[in-house]
Design a protein around this ligand. Structure first.
Ligand code: ADP
Ligand code: MG
Length: 107
């Protein structure tokens, strides 16, 4: 799971401008752990949100901004979370920011 947190937090830093804000929250909802990682960075368009968990996918904005990264991170993150019987979802708006929500069974 440490791979999951490293990847998501690294993305938040990479896609958020200097002095941006990143918020990490953990709470219990019944028998689930809910983890959200939010940033106020460049955001992801609605079309791109459908594809970011695919291998090698990088949004156009991300290609322009930084050459680093293979576009593999989120596909691996999703695989790891599914192995733990959890889910990951994204909510984002261009130029506003992005929130990833992970739900994991506590048992
Ligand atoms: N926090 C974020 N803010 C904006 N875009 C993001 C964020 N996290 C992921 N993305 C988008 O999803 C794409 C895929 O992410 P990832 O698989 O980690 O690849 P990489 O980091 O190598 O580009 C990124 O290239 C970027 O377009
Ligand atoms: Mg990444």
């Amino acid at each position: 799971m440490s791979h999951v947190w490293t990847n998501l937090i690294h993305n938040s830093i990479k896609f958020t401008r200097h002095r941006g804000k990143i918020t990490i929250r953990l709470q219990q909802i019944d028998d689930l752990a809910s983890i959200t990682i939010s940033d106020n960075g460049i955001g992801i368009s609605e079309t791109d949100q459908f594809h970011i968990f695919e291998r090698f996918y990088k949004a156009d904005l991300a290609r322009e901004r930084t050459k680093s990264g293979s576009g593999l991170g989120l596909s691996i993150v999703k695989k790891i979370i599914e192995m733990h019987e959890g889910t990951i979802s994204v909510k984002s708006e261009l130029d506003k920011g992005t929130t990833f929500t992970i739900l994991l069974p506590i048992s």
